[in-house]
Write a protein that binds this ligand. Structure first.
Ligand code: UT7
Length: 336
């Protein structure tokens, strides 16, 4: 790349980690008043992975990063920055990114956590890309990792069936602008949606007490119908907006990788883009909603399955608590 050319960021390696413990819909039938039929038909979920006692977000994030570093054959000392998107950090502080940095031996890196729920990975990927574009950083590790099982009430059938644990990681490196990599993104938030999806206990507004525990205020709360309504509209709208802004027709898009919260939301967004089944990545049946991890896990699966080649046009989209949402256009690069 000459000094005249502007640089942007491309994804050069992907890693993933899913805990080996699996909780199926049939297991959940024994725990709450639900059925495999209800969960499958309303959400598209069959099973989800859960961490074991003593494992948390930094563990999964580290494993995903190690998978990536192994594939890229990259010395961890070459990593400049680590961004961990999560709403389930090991603890309030230090940041999970610091724990991952130490686990990896990434001794030259700085890092931070980014909180944007299900859009967290997309927000982190965009942030990492801008860091590469600045010219100051050349190896940015972006991780989406969530231990949703830590904040779910396993007596509440409306929420506990929906989520799983997992982590995905990508490496961003520089490339020449316009040729490949992250071409465009549109990101949004609207805090008026905060009342529909939240966990209120344990923060500065409502510090933990015996009462907050008794009131189950340390668990995720969701108004499913309201979130569904907004998710269907805004994820579809932003996917279409990013495609249109880049003059991409349905034929131009090789793969659409949306956030995996509900198969009906995924299908509605794909339909809006005019895509067929083979242009859509859906793995919600095996992983459920892993919050910040769904999109990197989707990318990892697409690469493993040989569904993406250099030059392919890929659209990413997400919607989640906040509300937060976004769409991104990537021209795919060679992945290690
Ligand atoms: O990733 C973050 C963003 N989150 C999302 O995008 C999630 C968006 N929302 C959804 O995906 C859906 O709204 C849900 C999957 C959460 C719920 O599906 P729904 O079709 O909207 O169901 P509902 O909430 O309207 O509930 C329908 C019925 C209710 O019973 P009644 O009131 O009709 O008698 C619920 O009590 O289904 C009942 N129900 C269940 N039944 C069996 C709720 N959860 C369950 C369950 N098993 N697990």
């Amino acid at each position: 790349m000459s000094s005249q050319q502007r640089r942007t960021a491309k994804i050069t390696a992907i890693g993933k980690y899913l805990p080996d413990k699996i909780l199926s819909n049939f297991d959940l039938e024994k725990m709450v008043d639900t059925t495999d039929e209800w969960i499958w038909s309303r959400t598209g979920i069959r099973e989800r992975h859960l961490v074991r006692d003593g494992e948390a977000t930094s563990h999964m994030a580290t494993q995903a990063a190690l998978d990536l570093l192994r594939k890229r054959q990259l010395d961890p000392k070459k990593i400049d920055c680590i961004i961990v998107a999560t709403v389930t950090p090991d603890m309030f502080f230090p940041a999970t990114a610091c724990l991952v940095q130490n686990n990896l031996g990434a001794t030259r890196a700085w890092g931070f956590d980014l909180s944007a729920a299900c859009s967290g990975f997309l927000f982190a990927l965009d942030t990492g890309a801008r860091m590469i574009e600045s010219g100051q950083y050349s190896n940015v590790l972006v991780i989406g990792a969530d231990t949703m099982s830590a904040i779910l009430d396993y007596t509440d059938r409306a929420t506990c069936v929906l989520f799983g644990d997992g982590a995905g990681a990508v490496l961003l490196e520089p490339c020449e602008e316009g040729t490949e990599g992250i071409i465009d993104s549109i990101l949004r938030c609207d805090g008026s949606g905060a009342e529909y999806l939240y966990m209120e206990g344990g923060g500065s507004l409502l510090p933990p007490t015996a009462e907050t525990v008794a009131n189950k205020q340390h668990f995720l709360v969701q108004d499913g119908r309201a979130v569904f309504k907004y998710a269907v509209k805004w994820m579809a709208d932003i996917s279409a907006e990013v495609a249109e802004r880049n003059s991409l027709t349905s034929q131009d898009i090789r793969l659409f990788i949306p956030h995996q919260a509900n198969k009906r939301i995924i299908d509605a967004s794909a339909e809006r883009l005019g895509l067929t089944e083979d242009q859509l990545l859906s793995n919600i049946d095996r992983y459920a909603n892993t919050t910040a991890a769904t999109i990197p896990l989707g990318m990892a699966d697409a690469v493993e399955d040989g569904r993406l080649q250099p030059g392919d046009n890929v659209i990413l989209a997400a919607f989640g608590a906040g509300f937060t949402w976004g769409g991104m256009y990537i021209r795919w690069s060679k992945i290690h």
